[in-house]
Design a protein around this ligand. Structure first.
Ligand SMILES: Nc1ncnc2c1ncn2[C@@H]1O[C@H](COP(=O)(O)OP(=O)(O)OP(=O)(O)O)[C@@H](O)[C@H]1O
Ligand SMILES: [Mg+2]
Length: 277
């Protein structure tokens, strides 16, 4: 392993998780999870509501300390090497994280400056990304006046601004129409293929995982219950679609009863179109 500024060279795995545990009080949200993601792959982390997906992402991205276990992202330990870890990834959060008091353009520019993207790069890139999500004409408007879908699109554009090594997308396309979803995925796939960007995403749209993920891990009640390609998961379960395989592996019971108040509130917000879980 060699060190090269913040670009630590790692083996094949840009994400390596071993025996990861997160407890919230008595609740075991992530229960001894191990998995790895190879450089340059598109990886989907699937699971029912409350399974532990966001909690795992938060531990990978320095926002939450694990109760036990080890995590490496781009060779860095998110607990003890948080600065280097942060420079290695970009993230589109499940929850809104835009600044409502800034315009759409200012939100983009602020992020570019925060991540030290040079002006000659960010100027054309902001335009390209805002055109991609069809917000260029509305760049001077305040984000607080945007609809849920517009905010979501801006957030995705912002997450793609500083081409990181790993891009985390936590339910990136929730509530977006198929046209926008396809466009965004085309763009992400292009970055993945041209720049070797590793993509780690969660979604409840099984077709999205089926279409774009090279590897899938399924988590349920904090434990990984299966992993492999979509075809492998279908084979393992004797099903003909990823959705059927997913249901065979995780059951058909709705999870929200078991979840805590936070989950119920999220589901409530989702049901009322309140954005992104
Ligand atoms: N800060 C917290 N304090 C207490 N419990 C939490 C906290 N964050 C998450 N949990 C609980 O941990 C469990 C896993 O939650 P998590 O958000 O990781 O699920 P998820 O797989 O992302 O679900 P969804 O698909 O609904 O987004 C849930 O039962 C949730 O209520
Ligand atoms: Mg989540």
């Amino acid at each position: 392993m060699t060190e090269q500024n913040t670009n630590r060279q790692v083996g094949d795995n840009i994400i390596d998780v071993k025996n990861l545990v997160k407890k919230f009080g008595k609740q075991l949200a992530v229960d001894n999870v191990s998995f790895e993601v190879k450089h340059g792959k598109v990886f989907a982390f699937l699971g029912p509501n409350g399974a532990g997906k966001t909690t795992t992402i938060r531990m990978l991205t320095t926002m939450l300390h694990p109760t036990s276990g080890t995590v490496r992202l781009n060779g860095y330990d998110p607990v003890h090497e948080s600065n280097e870890t942060r420079k290695s990834f970009g993230i589109v959060f499940q929850d809104a994280s835009l600044d409502n008091e800034l315009t759409a353009y200012e939100n983009m520019k602020f992020h570019a400056v925060l991540y030290n993207v040079p002006k000659e790069i960010y100027t054309p890139r902001i335009e390209e990304l805002m055109k991609l999500v069809e917000l260029w004409d509305r760049r001077k408007e305040y984000v607080k006046n945007f609809s849920g879908g517009m905010k979501r699109r801006l957030e995705i554009a912002r997450g793609l601004l500083h081409h990181p090594k790993v891009l985390f997308l936590d339910e990136p396309t929730l509530g977006l129409d198929p046209q926008t979803r396809n466009k965004i995925w085309d763009y992400i796939r292009n970055l993945n293929q041209k720049e070797g960007l590793t993509v780690f995403f969660t979604t409840h749209y099984m077709q999205e995982a089926d279409r774009y993920a090279e590897k899938i891990a399924i988590i349920d009640h904090g434990k990984i219950v299966a992993s492999g390609s979509s075809e492998e998961l279908q084979k393992q379960t004797g099903k003909e679609t990823l959705e059927d395989a997913f249901l065979a592996l995780t059951g058909t019971q709705i999870r929200d009863e078991a979840g805590g108040a936070i989950d119920r509130m999220r589901v409530h917000r989702k049901a009322w179109g309140g954005g992104r879980n």
